[in-house]
Structure formats: structure tokens, C-alpha cells
Design a protein around this ligand. Structure first.
Ligand code: FES
Length: 240
């Protein structure tokens, strides 16, 4: 409404002239435009075509821009609509939303950092390092451990134990939080699957992840810290 009557292009006007139009004299609309631009880029590339062509690291970095976008939106709302709002409802909603989003992310980051700091114990067997106890792994599920700095998912299924990379090929999802479904470890994020024996996805999918040699002795799982190339078949350890 303001900018269609401006002496310059309305889009350009949003960026250069809105400071004088707000109670706070703050250019809140430029932040809204910035957030819109980031969210548009993310929406336009939210397809496996772009994931494959941009490569996972670039695609993931692009989509991490959701954090600056959220910050821009908060600034846009706080210095924009909240300046003229008389009811506290919107301010309280924005504040509670901000606390929940930031708090849950900090908590998740704290938990992950704790897992990453956990190192395997000094105990070893035939060059393999102790990863965890068998009874720590949920049945038809997995436990995440860090072996030589790598995230590894130790899977327990059908009386056997396998060790696979803990990082999903799709968007680096946490495979150790996945479940054993139809013979495969299934990523909790979007359902990509990997066969426990060789780390390959079932046909017709082509993804594959590294596998690790594994042994079980006295109820303890030992893992070779050197991963096999992605898609290498490895004999599971039997739970005796
Ligand atoms: S991250 Fe998408 S399926 Fe694993």
C-alpha cells in the first residue's frame, strides 16, 4: 500500500525507503523481504533433483539458511506489526515461539555434542574397539556410537548385530535413531533404507553407506574402527 505510491519501483522502495514509515524507524520490511527470498530458494530446491545436482553438502548448507531466515522474520514481526499491536496475544505468541524454537535447538545440539564427545573405551579385541554392550541396543533398533571420530549405528535384529555408518546418504539424517524395518535400517527423517548386511538400499534405489566389521564377546560389541567402502558386505555378529 505504501510502496505502490513511491517515486521508485515498489520493490526497491521496500528496501530503501521504509525506515521513515515505521514507528520504530527501523527498516523491518527489508528483513521480511530477505526472509522471503531465503524461504523461496529453499522451497524451490526442496526436491531430490536439486539434492542430487547441488550435492548433499551444498544443498544442506543452503537449507541451513532457515536459521537466518527465522531471525529475519522475528525482526520483521517485532519491528513491524508488533509496533502498532495493542493486544499482547501476538507478542506473547512470538515470544513463546522464539523460546521454544531456540530452546529445542540448543537442547538437541547439547545432546548431540555429548554423543560426539563419547569415545569408545580403551578395551579392544583383535584390533576392534569396544563400542557398547549388546543389552544397550534396543531390539530391532540401533545405538549410535562414535568410533575413531565417525558416527556409527550398531543395529540389533533377528539375533544378530551389524555396524553401519550412522549418517544417512539423503540429508545426513541420524541413522542410529532409526528402526529395523523389512530387513533394513530405516532413517527416521524421510525413510531411506539400508540393508544391514551390506549398507546398500533395496532395489531400485542406489544409495549405499560404509559398513564396519563387528564382533560380540561376553555381551560386548566390538567394532573395527576402519570402515569398509560403502556397500561392502560384512558378516553380522551372532548374539550368543
Ligand atoms: S536424511 Fe532423509 S532419509 Fe535420511
Amino acid at each position: 500500500m505504501y510502496h505502490t505510491g513511491a517515486s521508485v519501483d515498489p520493490l526497491w522502495s521496500i528496501i530503501v525507503t521504509d525506515a521513515g514509515l515505521t514507528v520504530s524507524q527501523f527498516p523491518f520490511q527489508a528483513f521480511g523481504l530477505g526472509a522471503l527470498f531465503i524461504l523461496f530458494l529453499m522451497a524451490a530446491t526442496s526436491h531430490d533433483f536439486w539434492l542430487a545436482n547441488l550435492t548433499a553438502p551444498v544443498w544442506k548448507s543452503l537449507h541451513m539458511a532457515v536459521y537466518p531466515a527465522y531471525l529475519f522474520l522475528i525482526i520483521h514481526v517485532v519491528f513491524g506489526i508488533l509496533q502498532s499491536e495493542t493486544s499482547p496475544f501476538l507478542a506473547v505468541s512470538a515470544g513463546v515461539g522464539f523460546i521454544v524454537v531456540v530452546g529445542s535447538h540448543l537442547y538437541a545440539g547439547y545432546r548431540q555434542a555429548g554423543m560426539d564427545r563419547e569415545s569408545s573405551s580403551a578395551s579392544s579385541l583383535d584390533g576392534m574397539v569396544e563400542a557398547c554392550r549388546v543389552d544397550e541396543i534396543p531390539e530391532d533398533g540401533a545405538k549410535g556410537v562414535i568410533i575413531a571420530g565417525e558416527r556409527v549405528a550398531i543395529v540389533k535384529y533377528e539375533g544378530k548385530i551389524s555396524a553401519l555408518s550412522g549418517v544417512c546418504q539423503h540429508q545426513n539424517g541420524p541413522l542410529a535413531e532409526g528402526k529395523f524395518v523389512h530387513g533394513c535400517l530405516t532413517c527416521p527423517w524421510h525413510g531411506y533404507q539400508y540393508k544391514c548386511e551390506d549398507g546398500t538400499s533395496p532395489e531400485p534405489f542406489k544409495e549405499k553407506i560404509p559398513t564396519f566389521s563387528v564382533k560380540v564377546s561376553d555381551g560386548v560389541v566390538y567394532v573395527d574402527p576402519n570402515p569398509h567402502p560403502a556397500g561392502t558386505a560384512v558378516e553380522p555378529a551372532l548374539i550368543t
